[in-house]
Structure formats: structure tokens, C-alpha cells
Design a protein around this ligand. Structure first.
Ligand SMILES: Nc1ncnc2c1ncn2[C@@H]1O[C@H](COP(=O)(O)OP(=O)(O)OP(=O)(O)O)[C@@H](O)[C@H]1O
Ligand SMILES: [Mg+2]
Length: 282
């Protein structure tokens, strides 16, 4: 499902002056079956923005179209419940919200709120597979898993109800290199294999440069830019102006161009770039 923001304003407290709005007339489109990245300095409104997509907060003005759903401040409760089947939101540090004693219970828990007639045990095995784990995790204590495994279980819990849109808020934070790499592969699989629409908030621009299709920049509640990752992440001045880190591959490619006049081409992965550089120096 596409997600379209149409002139969306949001304020946590309707009594505060309009200048303090957290989101200011945001209009943007996130494309279905793609990986859409949201970047911006801390406090720029990224988490607030995604909470409007599953109705956790409602726009003060404007509307968000999620497929056929229209989320505005008049949306009724029943519609919001339906919307939450469609949009799975994985919070930052989702594993901090575990409270069951086995992985199986943790995954089954959310389903009691969804009156879907599905076979829970089969679904649990399926989602474990989707996140690259297996049934040997069923009886494990979720609190005793590695950081990367915990993160996968939290994503699996959201996949239980098969949402069309998956939103991940800072998915790689706090993971070691191995955990980060396998999470990157999982996000890729969600798009390519399971055909999900993925929305990722992250400060990890190197990860986003590898996997995103589109990038949206927020700053102080305003949409600053929206475009393909190549357009946005190669506009170094735009990134600097908005206090966004420059992906290492983009920075290196630019440096080589500025210093040597050499155009290395479009590379998103450091290993591909290294191969290209070797070709030039041989
Ligand atoms: N529940 C709340 N009540 C009042 N103000 C809030 C609330 N949650 C967030 N804010 C404010 O809204 C603004 C945007 O916050 P938000 O969490 O969306 O930013 P963010 O871009 O996700 O930041 P970060 O990168 O640090 O996660 C901030 O100024 C924040 O202080
Ligand atoms: Mg946030």
C-alpha cells in the first residue's frame, strides 16, 4: 500500500502556539513494495511522523492516506483497529517491551487482540522462518537471547498479523556488526521476498545507502527533501545543512571526483566500490 501525507500538521498539545508544531504541512509519498527511509536530526519529528501512519496519533490538520484508509482527526476507532492489521510498527528497542517467559508466548500474545482465524502455532513457525530463526527458539526465554535475536523476535511479533506495511524505528541501534548485517538482510527480504512496504527511520546512513529506494529528510518538523536515495544521499551540501551524516561510500566517491576528477559511478556497497577503485589503480 502507498502511504501519502497530504499537508499534515501535528501538535502534541493543541494549546501551544502554531510555531511549536512538531510536523508542519508535510506532504510526501512513500511507495509500496519499496524501502522508504526517513532521516533527520534528533527531535525533527521522525517518530511522530510514523505514528500517524497506524493511527497511534492523529493529524491535527491534513490527512494521511494509507491505501484506502484516510487517517485524519475524524477517523473512527473501528477504522483505526482495521488499520493496525495493515501497518506494523516496530518501536525503537522493541525488545524492552518483552514480558513473556518464552518466545512462543511472546509471539502468540499479540494475536489475542486480533480476531483472525489463523492457526497460531503454524503462524509462529512461519514468522520465525521469515526472520531467519527456527522452531528451536520456541521455548527459549526472550530475555536471554542475543541483541540481534531479540530484535528479530520483536519484528516476528509484528509479522504475526501479516501487515502490508512494516515500520522500523532505528532497527540497527545497539547491534554489533554481525547483528546489524543480518538485520539488513532481513529488511531486504521483507521487501524482495515478502513484498512488504518498508519504512525505516535511522541515523545509520550507511545502512540506508545500501538498502533504501527512497529517502525523505525531515528537519524541525518540515519535509526538506524527498527523492531516490541516489539523489538525496549524493547531495552532500543538503546533508550537511540538515545535520545528517554522509554515507561513507558517497563521501569517498565525492572526494575522488573533487580531487581527481574521476567519476567512480553509482555504488552503494563498500565492497563494490573497493573493486572499482582497484580497477582504476591497477
Ligand atoms: N509525547 C510527547 N509529548 C510532547 N512532545 C513530544 C512527545 N513526543 C515527542 N515530542 C516532541 O516532538 C518533537 C519530535 O519528536 P520525535 O520523537 O518525533 O523526534 P525524532 O525525529 O524521532 O527524534 P530522535 O531521532 O531523537 O528519535 C520533539 O521536539 C519532541 O520533544
Ligand atoms: Mg525517534
Amino acid at each position: 500500500m502507498d502511504v501519502v501525507f497530504d499537508n499534515v500538521c501535528f501538535t502534541y498539545n493543541r494549546n501551544i502556539p502554531i510555531a511549536n508544531e512538531v510536523l508542519k504541512e508535510v506532504s510526501l509519498k512513500m511507495a509500496k513494495n519499496k524501502i522508504n527511509a526517513i532521516v533527520g536530526p534528533t527531535g525533527s519529528g521522525k517518530t511522530t511522523l510514523v505514528e500517524l501512519i497506524n493511527g497511534l496519533s492523529l493529524p491535527t490538520n491534513g490527512r494521511v492516506m494509507v491505501g484506502d484508509f484516510i487517517v485524519d482527526h475524524n477517523i473512527d476507532k473501528h477504522k483505526i483497529n482495521l488499520l493496525r492489521y495493515k501497518v506494523g510498527l516496530v518501536f525503537q528497542f522493541p525488545e524492552e517491551q518483552f514480558f513473556q517467559t518464552t518466545v512462543k508466548q511472546e509471539l502468540a500474545f499479540g494475536m489475542q487482540y486480533f480476531h483472525h482465524k489463523i492457526k497460531i502455532n503454524e503462524r509462529i513457525s512461519e514468522v520465525l522462518k521469515m526472520v531467519g530463526l527456527n522452531d528451536s527458539f520456541l521455548d527459549r526465554n526472550p530475555f536471554k537471547l542475543s541483541g540481534g535475536e531479540k530484535r528479530r523476535i520483536a519484528i516476528a511479533a509484528i509479522l504475526m498479523f501479516d501487515p502490508e506495511i512494516i515500520i522500523l524505528d532505528e532497527p540497527t541501534v545497539g547491534l554489533d556488526n554481525g547483528g546489524r548485517k543480518s538485520l539488513i538482510n532481513l529488511i531486504r527480504r521483507l521487501k524482495y521476498f515478502y513484498r512488504k512496504t518498508v519504512i525505516v527511520i535511522s541515523h545509520d546512513v550507511d545502512m540506508l545507502y545500501q538498502i533504501a529506494d527512497f529517502v525523505h529528510i525531515l528537519n524541525k518538523g518540515e519535509l526538506i527533501a524527498s527523492g531516490s536515495k541516489y539523489e538525496v544521499f549524493n547531495d552532500i551540501e543538503l546533508l550537511l545543512e540538515n545535520n545528517i551524516s554522509i554515507p561513507k561510500v558517497a563521501a569517498f566517491t565525492r572526494k575522488v571526483y573533487d580531487k581527481k576528477g574521476l567519476n567512480l559511478g553509482k555504488y552503494y556497497e563498500i565492497n563494490d566500490l573497493i573493486k572499482m577503485v582497484y580497477k582504476h589503480v591497477q
